[in-house]
Design a protein around this ligand. Structure first.
Ligand SMILES: Cc1ncc(COP(=O)(O)O)c(C=O)c1O
Length: 386
């Protein structure tokens, strides 16, 4: 796929640090400079020096990130946006026109659900919900005008697993694009394009940035024509990643592989502790052998990631109390940073899905397991559970 760039033979850890990251032509700076600029001097009308004319259309710092993103997912085109939802919005307006239909999963980030239910629907886009862990259910949800099948794997917040290759077959037969939100896994743990997906979506706010200091989003595709259409819409709609945000995401990506290894190792220990705890009624972690998606996850992921959810005996208030008692786990939304976070999805990240097919259990707690000492994390959870 990326043979033309001569990079495909390199390993992920190498690409993460080097793809798109040429030393600066003018100074030799090893870190790509933050080109904090809106416009570029032209040598005569139309005489562009480096191909840049205006930073909404393209900016050298964003280009470096976009080339890096494409290489990491083995695609031909990467595009960086102001947020994950901006990336999703650009994608759905590129793929869908009024009257088209999209199948969305029954477990997904609440904001993605809100984008379809409260925004896209007003513009005439139809959607229906199916469990993406069941390819037959998705096939049955397909309509003549289904243009996209949207999945999130692992999903937010129930850590559901979708067999990407199986869904790619369903999408191909339906003549629809398979869109995979790969935010929880990151390209280090999972490569959706290689498994047959058409579009990979990221909230780069999460593991890609990795330090809870930037909001961003990305799309990666291998189809050049689709990449061009997306780039047209990215420029026409304008929700681009700014130069400093692009730089922060790029800096995060350089350590993505080592961080993900530690996130996964710590989360596996946390899941083990929770599974054995008398106050925990159910643990959602694809690394546990009794998770319904365990085998599929083991087949398509390098390891199982840093997200763990669980239900607490005693109902909603007991779950809220656990969140309130945690000390080292910071009570907050978002995920994927070096620091551990805890939250109550029903009242926080997934409040917008209340009353819908995507409503989450009231006694659910979600953890973003960070890369601190795992012993300290286990001790904090033990005291928070009482
Ligand atoms: C799986 C997933 N996709 C997309 C998003 C949206 O990303 P952003 O908050 O960067 O707009 C989120 C945010 O939490 C998410 O968890």
């Amino acid at each position: 796929m990326s043979d033309q760039r001569g990079q495909r033979h390199q390993h992920f850890e190498t690409l993460a640090i080097h793809a798109g990251q040429e030393a600066d032509q003018a100074t030799g700076a090893v870190s790509v400079p933050i080109y904090q600029v809106s416009t570029y001097k032209q040598d005569g009308v139309g005489g562009l020096r480096g191909g840049y004319e205006y930073s909404r259309s393209a900016n050298p710092t964003r280009t470096a990130l976009e080339e890096n993103l494409a290489a990491l997912d083995g695609g031909r085109r990467g595009l960086a946006f102001a947020s994950g939802l901006a990336a999703e919005d650009c994608l759905l307006r590129t793929l869908l026109v009024p009257g088209d239909h999209v199948v969305i999963p029954d477990d997904a980030y609440g904001g993605t659900f809100r984008l379809f239910a409260k925004v896209a629907e007003r513009w005439g886009v139809e959607w229906s919900v199916a469990s993406s862990s069941d390819p037959r259910a998705v096939r049955e949800a397909v309509r003549p005008r289904t243009k996209a099948i949207w999945v999130e794997t692992p999903s937010n917040p129930l850590l559901g697993i979708t067999d990407i290759a199986a869904l790619a077959d369903v999408a191909r037969t339906a003549g629809a694009k398979l869109v995979v939100d790969n935010t929880f896994a990151s390209p280090y743990l999972q490569q959706p394009l290689a498994l047959g997906a058409d579009v990979v979506v990221y909230s780069t706010t999460k593991y890609m940035g990795g330090h809870s200091d930037v909001v961003g989003g990305a799309l990666v595709v291998d189809d050049e024509a689709l990449g061009e259409e997306l780039a047209f819409h990215q420029n026409a709609m304008g929700a681009i990643a700014g130069p400093f945000d692009a730089w922060l995401v790029m800096r995060g990506i350089k350590t993505l592989a080592v961080r993900m290894d530690r996130h996964s190792a710590n989360a596996a220990r946390v899941a083990e502790l929770l599974a054995a705890h008398p106050k925990v009624t159910k643990v959602y972690y694809p690394g546990l052998p009794d998770h319904p998606g365990h085998e599929t996850a083991a087949k398509q992921m390098r390891s199982f990631g840093g997200m763990v959810s669980f239900q607490v005996a005693g109902g909603e208030q007991a779950a809220v109390d656990v969140c309130d008692r945690a000390k080292l786990f910071t009570l907050g939304e978002s995920l994927g940073g070096v620091e551990s976070l805890i939250e109550h999805p029903g009242r926080m990240t997934h409040a917008s899905a209340a009353g819908s097919a995507l409503e989450v259990p009231a006694d659910l707690v979600r953890l973003s397991v960070g890369i601190e000492s795992v012993d300290d994390l286990l001790a904090d959870l033990t005291q928070a559970l009482g």
